[in-house]
Design a protein around this ligand. Structure first.
Ligand code: ARG
Length: 593
């Protein structure tokens, strides 16, 4: 049972009776101490009815079914509700025996492809790759929980210039001689080799034009699946992907598909032809482009001097379908990937969890796919752009020597911090637990912020066992775990779930129940807002309300069996609700910490 829906229904009946429009119906949580919900509809209705808000509010109240809540009027026109304790008990007892804790589902069923992770083959994962898997995985889990069908695809960066660069460098350093001349031998390529060779090549391309052209040619040859480039490419890809999988596993991120930019390769010719046949393409410096600018964009700014480069107001660059050497680029693969996803899954929506600085790339690709009819007008293409992770100095998080931080180093950093905290609590030599806590610290610290916001990576704050942190949530859950095992009820889940033992009897317990209702509602807020921040906040409030109850109540030593059972059943319920939310955020609740 959903208490808010019941109240809303009661209000609707009263409105119907009074001939008031449902458009004016507003029901919100109350921030007053004595009320749980409030309805402010009387203000807007009063204007329409030509009565005072007081008269309107009282007429609503007198037509209201008051079975679930005590209802009263508060000046000048508020209607307040306080849910009856036995109704709260019933709600929780019902929820505890339901697998989804009676969480409703989204009525409009959608099939959604989620594109997140986005690691690049041959390049080492770094801090810029942290937010996409954290946020994307959270949304994949949220959508599934709310009943949507989700297909997650990590969309590896495996079709770009970095591949050609790496192979050209490996060749120059004598690693792949055997691929070109069978009388020669190859040197073993490991992950460390790639971590050295790609950065070397990437630097080199800026001052060595011949090398750059060679890398571009190799990239094209890979895209044409020409040997031996194709075999070397696949070898590098395998080495890289193995490591990427290992790291995503640590982050608790799992993908349905390990596709990449390369997956759509079989469709690129077809896709390019679609644009050409529709007359949407142009040639520009040998490249094939599509103009996607709308009115008011690309307004040339008057040049002060004829040698100045042309600048534009509201610049909207074209989409590149082919480079001048005929190779595919980032635009090509993203557009062809939409085509491939539509062939394979026909999703209602595709969501991208990518650095917000790529907004324009996606905007352009989305426009192009709509123009070509690759994506029909009903299909939603959503870009969820995320901000930068800054250090405590407020600037992008770097190592002390000013280098980009590797993803593995961040995982080690949070794990070390958790290890220290555990030691203070008398728990040593438990690397698995430290990793669990580290991941929770990092994820909660991130998801508490709306994706588009930059935030400061403050490991001491994130890893604290107190405050709005992942470890605090875990700690609350772990305390319940140990309470339940001390109460000798850990194996009596059925007992608590069938006998409906929860009996809400004081203010602390009421607060838990109300915060549970808020927690349930926050899932829908997240769905609407494209941010998991509301869930983090509501989960924190919920956990805090339990902590207050836990501190103020003698649970295990309670002599009255009914009370003791109710306390334990309530605790068991809270653990379930915390676990449900933590699971969406992508971390676990340990049995002790
Ligand atoms: N590999 C890209 C990068 O590192 C992210 C991929 C995002 N997804 C996409 N469909 N383009 O920037």
């Amino acid at each position: 049972m959903n208490i808010k829906s019941i109240l809303k229904k009661a209000l609707e009946e009263s409105f119907l009776h009074l001939n008031y429009s449902f458009d004016d119906l507003k029901l919100d949580f109350s921030n007053k101490d004595d009320a749980d919900f409030q309805c402010n509809s009387a203000f807007s209705l009063a204007k329409k009815q030509g009565h005072s808000p007081e008269i309107v509010a009282n007429s609503i109240i007198s037509n209201l079914n008051q079975d679930v809540a005590d209802v009263w009027f508060a000046k000048p026109g508020f209607i307040n509700f306080k849910i009856k304790d036995d109704v709260l008990s019933k709600c929780l007892n019902e929820a505890v025996s339901d697998k989804r804790l009676c969480l409703e589902t989204i009525i409009d069923h959608e099939k959604v492809v989620m594109d997140y992770g986005g690691a690049n083959v041959a390049k080492e994962l770094h801090i810029g790759h942290l937010r996409s898997p954290i946020i994307g995985e959270g949304f994949a889990r949220l959508y599934k929980l709310l009943g949507q069908e989700v297909i997650s695809d990590t969309h590896l960066g495996d079709w770009g210039l970095q591949m050609g660069l790496t192979i050209a460098q490996l060749q120059d350093d004598g690693y792949i001689d055997g691929y070109f001349d069978t009388s020669k031998k190859n040197k073993q390529i490991t992950l460390d080799t790639l971590n050295e060779e790609y950065p070397k090549a990437s630097k080199r391309k800026n001052d060595d034009a011949d090398f750059r052209v060679k890398a571009e040619t190799y990239t094209k040859l890979i895209q044409e699946q020409k040997e031996p480039y194709w075999s070397v490419y696949n070898h590098i890809r395998d080495i890289s992907v193995e490591r990427i999988k290992y790291n995503y596993e640590k982050l608790n991120c799992h993908f349905d598909l390990w596709y990449g930019e390369s997956t759509c390769a079989k469709y690129t010719d077809e896709v390019v032809k679609l644009f050409v046949d529709k007359g949407l393409t142009k040639e520009y410096d040998g490249a094939l482009i599509v103009d996607v600018a709308k009115d008011g964009e690309n307004i040339p700014i008057e040049k002060k001097n004829p040698d100045d480069p042309q600048l534009y107001k509201n610049p909207m660059p074209p989409v590149y379908l082919k480079k001048s050497n005929g190779a595919d680029v980032y635009d090509t693969t993203d557009i062809a990937t939409i085509y491939q996803r539509n062939q394979d899954f026909a999703p209602n929506k595709i969501m991208y969890f990518v650095d917000k600085r790529q907004f324009l790339h996606f905007e352009r690709c989305f426009r192009a796919t709509k123009m070509a009819g690759i994506s029909d007008e009903n299909q939603k293409l959503e870009f969820v752009g995320f901000g930068t992770i800054n250090g405590t100095d407020g600037k992008p998080f770097k190592t002390r020597s000013g280098e980009t931080i590797k993803l593995e180093d961040i995982i080690n950093l949070v794990t070390d911090s958790a290890t220290k905290k555990l030691k203070e609590n008398g728990i040593e030599n438990n690397p698995e637990l430290a990793l669990q806590i580290g991941i929770a610290a990092m994820k909660f610290g991130d998801l508490l912020n709306a994706p588009s916001k930059d935030y400061i990576f403050d490991i001491d704050k994130f890893a604290s066992f107190e405050g709005k942190t992942g470890p605090y949530i875990q700690y609350t859950g772990a305390r319940i775990n140990s309470l339940l095992s001390k109460g000798k009820v850990a194996d009596k889940t059925d007992y608590f779930e069938k006998l409906k033992l929860i009996n809400i009897a004081d203010e602390n317990q009421r607060n838990i129940a109300i915060n549970f209702i808020k927690l349930q509602e926050s899932y829908f807020a997240c769905y609407k807002e494209n941010s998991l921040s509301s869930l983090c906040m509501a989960l924190y409030e919920f956990a805090s309300s339990y902590a207050k109850f836990y501190n103020d109540t003698r649970i295990l030593s309670e002599q009255d069996d009914n009370k003791r059972n109710s306390y334990l059943a309530l605790s068991h319920f809270v653990l379930k609700a915390i676990s449900q939310a933590a699971d969406v955020l992508g971390f676990e609740i340990p049995s002790k910490m």
